[in-house]
Ligand binder design. Sequence first.
Ligand SMILES: C[S@@+](CC[C@H](N)C(=O)[O-])C[C@H]1O[C@@H](n2cnc3c(N)ncnc32)[C@H](O)[C@@H]1O
Length: 264
Amino acid sequence: MTSRAHESFYSQAELYDIAFSFKKYSAECDFMLAQFKKLIGRDASSWLELAAGPARHSLEMSKRGIEAHALDLSQAMVDFGTKLAKESDVALEYSQGDMCDFKLAERIDIAGLMIDSMSYVLTNESLYQHFDCVANALNDHGLYIIEMTHPKDVFGLEQTAKTEWEIEKNGTTVRTQWGDKSDTFDAVTQITDVTVRISSETAGQKTEFVDHAKQRSYTCTEFQALILASGRFELIAQYGAMNPAIDLHHKKAWRMISILRKKK
Ligand SMILES: C[S@@+](CC[C@H](N)C(=O)[O-])C[C@H]1O[C@@H](n2cnc3c(N)ncnc32)[C@H](O)[C@@H]1O
């Protein structure tokens, strides 16, 4: 089972792109490609971004001469990412689809799932289906790199990422709020009903969208066990940021980055 995944929030693809424009897409691609080179011993030549949103990582990969594929549930995101690729004159194969139920015609070297999009995979069964789809899309020993919430944030010990922020770009101010005090958490399923709000202001014109969807929290040891139980991947390494010098226990650790290699 996957969530309805904040469909109306993600339908505001252009506003999402402004809200997340603080991300260091190029540095994150450097990290992922360096991991591939270190572990596989050659440069990656193809990339697949799952739950890709505006597909900024894919655009960056494509600019570097890497064959780029992207997949997202939201048609608005697919249309927006495709438009960005055309505007930058880079090649991008972007399809609409569910990351727990997709097939690719070709095999890929490296796949990525960013910003805790795994939280939309709500059950262990869906996670196994997702791992099957990704493993089937990868070359032998292909890598799968997953960015998730850091365990200290999952357990409420520390807030490692902002949940409310404002960004101004090209005359539009976008304010995002992830989560609300009224959100409910089910301790059995580890699923929260998450409220998200995105509002914008351009030349005095205001808009606001409020959406609700289910998101699952994964603990670190549980995720390690699920990777093992899937039988499709081995866990090669975990980091606390997209930086090989920051392990999960490092004081600057703020994300959980897992590097998985497809089993033969
Ligand atoms: C937080 S955004 C991440 C976007 C992008 N990867 C980035 O780095 O900005 C999450 C994305 O996941 C997509 N999504 C949610 N559930 C999905 C599913 N089951 N299959 C494919 N995409 C999904 C949403 O439509 C949204 O674009």
